[in-house]
Write a protein that binds this ligand. Structure first.
Ligand code: NAD
Ligand code: ZN
Length: 252
């Protein structure tokens, strides 16, 4: 396994920080077996996203969109958090304040008990009404009678995820923005940083003086401005970082 240079000084930096932030993307869950979107073998090479993940497609053919989401839900229900998710959850107890912003909808950060998770693109386990936006029961819906679920208001129930062309939840993006501006250290983990506005968050952190760390086996637009680039899978890099922080904390 590859090791990270200057782990000690990174650990010290994390322990000294008043606030640390992170943005995670699909790469974070790759080692859990969930495909990313934009890589060669990405899920969306097989499906046209515009046919499925947008509101017009849903209203035109809700059965088809639900079929796709049920398939994705099934896939995601069988995956487990990987060592990277566990490591980030440990950071909560090691440093002063840690805010975790994710573009992932897979719920894996919550599953390992991360305390401050901001979900920018929703959560595939949740449902809401397309018309009045009211949350509908969480979890897998029963389609056994072949009927799509409806809200009390008569609206169709849909997955509570952000689709193409839709706004991000305003409170989530505002909180994420503030966390980026306040962070002394900011991680960009497993994201290609091409989907805006989420992609702007690490840049925002850097502009406000954060020490910026990228964890990604491949180069991204962020790489040239990052203060530290760790070219490793997050499931390998993050446990090493957390171990170093723990060790340093124990020594002090
Ligand atoms: P992306 O597919 O555009 O990029 C993934 C990035 O992860 C790439 O830069 C890749 O080099 C990197 N990567 C691959 N394996 C890695 C590993 N083991 N460790 C660290 N990095 C690794 O994904 P994105 O930037 O998150 O794109 C955003 C969109 O994709 C979001 O809208 C998000 O909702 C959606 N998405 C979410 C999931 C999920 O919930 N798990 C899965 C697929 C896509
Ligand atoms: Zn409704």
């Amino acid at each position: 396994m590859q090791s990270i240079d200057n782990l000690d000084s990174l650990a010290e930096r994390l322990l000294e920080a008043n606030q640390v932030g992170a943005l995670t993307g699909a790469g974070m869950s790759k080692e859990s077996g969930i495909q990313t979107f934009r890589e060669k073998d990405g899920l969306w090479k097989k499906f046209r996203p515009e046919e499925l993940a947008n509101v017009d497609a849903f209203l035109a053919n809700p059965d088809r969109v639900w079929e796709w989401y049920n398939w994705r839900r099934d896939l995601m229900s069988n995956v487990k958090p990987n060592p990277g998710h566990y490591a980030l959850a440990e950071l909560d107890d090691l440093i002063s304040k840690f805010i975790l912003v994710t573009q992932n909808i897979d719920n894996l950060h919550n599953e390992v008990g991360s305390k401050h998770v901001i979900e920018l693109h929703g959560n595939i386990r949740k449902n809401k009404c397309q018309s009045c936006k009211k949350p509908f029961e969480t979890g897998w819906l029963d389609f056994s009678e072949g009927k799509l679920p409806h809200c009390d208001c008569g609206g169709l129930i849909r997955p509570d995820v952000v689709w193409f062309g839709e706004m991000l939840p305003s409170q989530a993006i505002e909180d994420a923005w503030q966390a980026a501006a306040k962070s002394d250290v900011y991680f960009s983990i497993g994201t290609s940083t091409v989907v805006y506005p989420a992609a702007a968050l690490p840049f925002e952190a850097k502009i406000h003086g954060a020490y910026l760390i990228e964890i990604n086996p491949d180069r991204t637009d962020l790489s040239s401005i990052a203060d530290l680039v760790i070219r490793m899978p997050s499931g390998e890099a993050l446990p090493q970082i957390i171990e170093a922080v723990q060790k340093r904390k124990d020594q002090s």
